[in-house]
Design a protein around this ligand. Sequence first.
Ligand code: ATP
Length: 354
Amino acid sequence: MAQIRIENVRKDFGSFNAVKSSSFTIEDGEFFMLLGPSGCGKTTTLRMMAGLELPTSGEIYIDGEEVGQKPASQRDIAFVFQMFALYPHMNVGKNISYPLLSQGMPNAQVKKKVAEIAEILGITDILNRPVGGLSGGDRQRVALGRAIVREPKAFFMDEPLGALDAEFREHMSEELRALHDRMGATTVYVTHDQLEAMQMGDKIVVMNHGVVEQFGVPQDIYDWPATKFVAQFIGSPSMNFLDFNGTVGKGTETVDLGGARIAVPRLLDGESGALTLGVRPEHVYLSDAAAYRGEVIATEYLGTTQIVTLKTQHGQVKVRMPSHLNVRRGERTGLDLDARTLTLFSASTGHALR
Ligand code: ATP
């Protein structure tokens, strides 16, 4: 078990700055997600924690000990790669026992340990099979078995399910999470899939262009995005953005959105000029009485809910609502925005005003 703390960590590759000064803490036993689009620096951040890459500056602490310049072999962690790096000439049991045998653990103890791990992963019946003919899921389980058998302080996983098809991926992500809950070891997991991060993570760091945009529990990141980037990257369909000019700050109760008065949350921060009002699709309600108007241009049926797209004077707005409500294309209606759930952003910095 391990607490991992990153302080002002930066990574340059030559003149390219891949990770800007980043700081966050992963608590002991957490399932922690590094989330962001391709190239944002999440793999580099993970590799620095694991000791596979050295930071250009800043400190990395594992259980209070500064390990930033120590190699991976001195950090007592296990890395699970996306590509299942198994030994092809060994059977399942040998693949899992290899790390223990190479540490010099006596044979009888190794056997007991491997049997335990196989039981946890549900692969007891394939221990004697060659790894060559295994399905993707079983290969993943063997790779996991090999990582957890040493009982490392922490697990580092880089898109471990990336190569699996959608259905199997969901199944394996549930298994992984259940395995973590049984074992309780700190796990750091890289993904570009916001849904996977929300479903699996205790906490999430959202990165973009080498910068930590936000760090927190999934619900806070979803409900209270710190930046426009986070608001857009998390949630599907993403948050609606309505650009307007105005003044907000302490005491502001409403803003003028193209002639309609819209109630907004109370803020401490203030700003004048170009602003953006953000609202999630499930927090917009169609109501004839509402002053802010739009025209229905599309509906998308999703089973229990539907996504209705409206054309407004601020561009398209998507609304998530129950499927049984009848909405006709071409209909003009009012849009009621739930004031308690709105986020106001500075258009110049992209930061949320609080
Ligand atoms: P992906 O999901 O595509 O792997 P990522 O968020 O994990 O993206 P990184 O792999 O951390 O991103 O890469 C961040 C940036 O640093 C990218 O622009 C990448 O090209 C660059 N980079 C990574 N490793 C090196 C390296 N060894 N030398 C030079 N540039 C690198």
